[in-house]
Design a protein around this ligand. Structure first.
Ligand SMILES: N[C@@H](CCC[C@H](N)C(=O)O)C(=O)O
Length: 307
């Protein structure tokens, strides 16, 4: 008999950002702290509602991680308590934070006029989210190369064996601030043949093994175009998310993908990137050691779990 534990009977809201989908748990006062097993069951696509992750919408002053966010930025009234579909926590979710802010706006918990900005607490630090019509631009903060600048010179710091792809490939590790490994493939046919799963018998293998696990982005650079007088790069991406499986989009992953392709492109590589994912398209803007992500957010249903 399936048990959703503390989630039973709680009003939940479903939503997605470029089809990276989430269960939102409104819990302003921090009264409901689901266990990893309860999150995993609710996110199971057969035994539960199904989602790539669960996001608790909670006031920052109601939990310890939120207090740290408030100390970093007193404007961070709300905290995105993000859990992967397997119940594990992650530092940041680039698609989720847009859906989070869209929910705050739609439910009247925050006033966000067009052009307005709100600060959201996350485990990766406070994030400023600006509404631009029906799109949201997230200041994703600083990014870095965990292996140091030498990795940028070499272009890779990890070897990845990917089921469905011939031979081992060089990958580049990036922190956004959650861990990502980006691997370039020669064309879209190769991208289509990759098998992306956490099944131990068919999972990618990394040398060295990433200490905190990793999200894996497979990318195919699509070239550059001039848009409004600016050069814009384009890249197609598939992603295997840590703690989830293959998803139709990953916001932090699109940032990692754009950053890696930009590094591989060398001097003169664009700062603005269109990243095409199975669930749609987002835009990534690099400003030195900071990165911004722009994309849509939607709410889809109000749901309640039965016992
Ligand atoms: N889908 C998210 C990333 C969620 C966290 C990730 N699976 C991890 O464990 O690091 C995004 O949109 O960024």
């Amino acid at each position: 008999m399936t048990s959703f534990g503390v989630l039973t009977g709680r009003p939940l809201v479903t939503g997605h950002g470029t089809e990276n989908d989430f269960l939102l748990l409104p819990d302003p006062d921090g009264a409901v702290d689901p266990s990893a097993a309860e999150v995993a069951t609710a996110c199971d696509r057969h035994a539960g509602i199904g989602a790539d992750g669960l996001i608790r919408v909670v006031r920052s002053d109601a939990l310890p991680d939120g207090s740290a966010a408030l100390a970093a930025d007193p404007a961070a009234e709300w905290f995105m308590d993000y859990r992967n579909a397997d119940g594990s926590v992650a530092e940041m979710c680039g698609n989720g934070v847009r859906v989070f802010v869209h929910y705050l706006r739609e439910s009247g918990l925050a006033d966000l006029p067009d052009g307005g900005t709100i600060v959201v607490g996350t485990r990766g630090g406070p994030r400023r989210v600006t509404r631009v019509g029906e799109q949201y631009t997230v200041d994703m903060g600083t990014w870095w190369l965990p292996s140091g600048e030498g990795a940028a010179r070499d272009g890779h710091d990890v070897v990845v064996e990917i089921p469905g792809i011939d031979g081992p490939r060089g990958g580049l590790s990036l922190a956004v601030p959650n861990p990502h490994t980006v691997v370039a493939l020669p064309d879209e046919a190769a991208l289509a043949t990759a098998r992306l799963s956490h099944d131990p018998a068919d999972a990618p293998r990394y040398t060295p093994v990433p200490p905190d696990g990793t999200n894996l982005e497979l990318v195919v650079p699509l070239g550059e175009q001039v848009d409004g007088g600016h050069t814009v790069g384009a890249v197609r991406m598939r992603v295997l998310e840590r703690g989830v499986g293959e998803t139709r989009s990953c916001g932090t992953g699109t940032c990692a993908a754009a950053l890696a392709v930009r590094i591989w492109g060398g001097a003169g590589s664009p700062d603005t990137w269109r990243v095409l994912v199975p669930g749609g398209e987002v835009r990534v803007q690099v400003e030195g050691d900071r990165v911004h992500l722009t994309g849509p957010a939607e709410l889809t249903a109000d749901v309640t779990l039965r016992g």
